[in-house]
Write a new protein. Structure first.
Length: 466
């Protein structure tokens, strides 16, 4: 996304451009995605924004996004946002450069952890974790409203910690937030703010001195926790041989014949603890928001769920039942259409090329695919903001072009955890809908906060046992 300002006069840009500073007038640093969406609605399917001396290109039109997804012409770009995450994820899968050998090594070693049979082995742990949430929510039924987003963060963080690494944060056993989560949130905030540095480095560092020190301590703390996880596994290697950590410690990349070194294993663990819960937590929270506010959708979902586990019984889902919840799955798909919790990804040209037959891009130059706006492209009909799971009926999916829905990214660097997330989320939604009536607070209006990923803020539910 960040290339030094070059002349690309052909791209639309915001009208109030200031010399030297660029298009800073309408920037909203706290809600960059929603800000970029508003810009796209005014400027169209492709536009550029100049911030100081960086030029960012945003793409949200179906045709242009389809081109950018063409792996023969474009590939993942590690732009400024991901580069700012490198102090956290380093050469872990998410933030690795395409050229880093550790990417393909880790990809090859970890792929077996994301097959169908691997999902089967995580099912029981996922279920146990949702049941802990239910225990927590039962105590609040008919009395205290629950804070949805923080509770979803607890479920998804526990789930990835336990299934991936045999590690429990004990999120439901304590009232306050886990210190790992605190350190992680602060370090993500720090990384997000780093995208908006002042043009004078010394001044920037002076202003952020305290935050820089805090960030160092946070990164050190996270590394410490992860090293402890690795150490305790090394002491008991026979447990959990085929979870993520077991694979990383005991298998070699079939291509190079090499194992991951200790530092890379640590980077992968941190990467998975973050990438494996943030986006899923937001997706669950948004789905509950839409279910609570669209009672007819919730009723249709319950009809499907009760056909599998009758109302009044205590469901004991087996692995194979979850993918059969087709309507609940469509609720999730539609949720990720409106609020793809990873709001976009960057693509860079492999060779000099021309985008859309009009906009020249040099090799290495990149554009950001702005997912929430792509997901509202005119191909989605004339009421793209309406929540309607029917859009994902197979017949309706077939009517749309192939590249207008990409919540999990595209190509070889797309999400490795897609099936994991879908299984976890569909099962959690099913069990919650089975058990509770979800009563939203009457005056709540959806407030989407952004910290790299999107989440509903301040969303509470009153729960009633069904
Ligand atoms: Mn996930 C990459 C979205 C759940 C682990 N993920 C991506 C990308 C998107 C994405 C988009 C591509 C980013 C890019 O091109 O720069 N991920 C999601 C969403 C959910 C999600 C919307 C849930 C909903 N992701 C998960 C889960 C895990 C996970 C769960 C782990 C268990 N994701 C990853 C990893 C990558 C990734 C690791 C990087 C893959 C690679 O580049 O090799």
């Amino acid at each position: 996304m960040a290339v030094l300002a070059v002349d690309r006069p052909s791209l639309p840009h915001p009208p109030r451009r200031i010399p030297l500073l660029g298009d800073v007038l309408d920037v909203d640093v706290t809600k960059p995605t929603q800000n970029a969406m508003a810009c796209a609605q005014r400027l169209g399917p492709v536009y550029e924004r100049k911030i100081f001396n960086y030029v960012f290109t945003f793409v949200s039109g179906a045709d242009l996004a389809t081109e950018l997804n063409d792996e023969s012409r474009f590939q993942k770009h590690v732009g400024i946002a991901l580069r700012n995450l490198r102090p956290i994820g380093s050469d872990g899968l998410f933030t690795a450069y395409n050229s880093e050998p550790n990417w393909s090594k880790a990809h090859n070693i970890l792929m077996p952890a994301f097959t169908q049979s691997a999902m089967r082995s995580y099912h029981q742990t996922m279920l146990d974790t949702v049941r802990e949430l239910i225990g927590h929510w039962d105590e609040r039924c008919d009395s205290t409203p629950v804070e949805v987003t923080p509770d979803m963060t607890k479920v998804t963080l526990e789930t990835i910690g336990r299934t991936g690494f045999g590690y429990e944060f004990g999120s439901f056993d304590r009232a306050e937030q886990d210190p790992f989560v605190g350190a992680m949130i602060r370090s993500l905030t720090f990384a997000q703010k780093a995208s908006f540095t002042l043009p004078i480095p010394l001044l920037d560092r002076a202003i952020k001195r305290k935050a820089i020190r805090r960030n160092k301590a946070d990164l050190a703390y996270m590394a410490h926790v992860v090293d402890e996880v690795i150490r305790s596994r090394r002491a008991n290697p026979e447990e959990h041989r085929d979870d993520l950590l077991g694979l990383m410690l005991s298998t070699e990349d079939p291509e190079s014949g090499e194992r991951l070194d200790d530092e890379n294993v640590r980077n992968q663990v941190i990467t998975f603890l973050i990438a494996g819960h943030e986006t899923s937590s937001g997706a669950l929270s948004f789905a509950l928001y839409y279910l609570a506010n669209n009672p007819e959708v919730a009723e249709r979902a319950r009809a499907e769920i009760y056909a599998m586990w009758p109302q009044g019984t205590d469901p004991d889902p087996v692995f194979e039942q979850i993918p059969k919840l087709r309507y609940v799955r469509r609720v999730l798909d539609e949720t990720l259409r409106l609020w793809p919790t990873a709001p976009g990804y960057m693509r860079e040209a492999r060779e000099d090329t021309v985008l859309g037959g009009r906009y020249p891009m040099k090799a290495g130059e990149a554009a950001f695919v702005l997912l929430p706006q792509l997901h509202r492209d005119p191909v989605w009909g004339d009421d793209p903001d309406a929540f309607d799971p029917e859009r994902f009926l197979p017949a309706n999916v077939r009517k749309r072009p192939g590249h207008v829905y990409k919540p999990f990214g595209t190509g070889i660097r797309s999400c490795i955890g897609r099936q994991f997330a879908i299984h976890e989320i569909v099962m959690a939604l099913a069990l919650l809908l089975h058990r509770y009536d979800l009563e939203p607070e009457p005056d709540y209006e959806l407030d989407v906060t952004e910290l790299l990923t999107l989440k509903p803020e301040g969303f509470r539910l009153r729960l009633h046992r069904r």
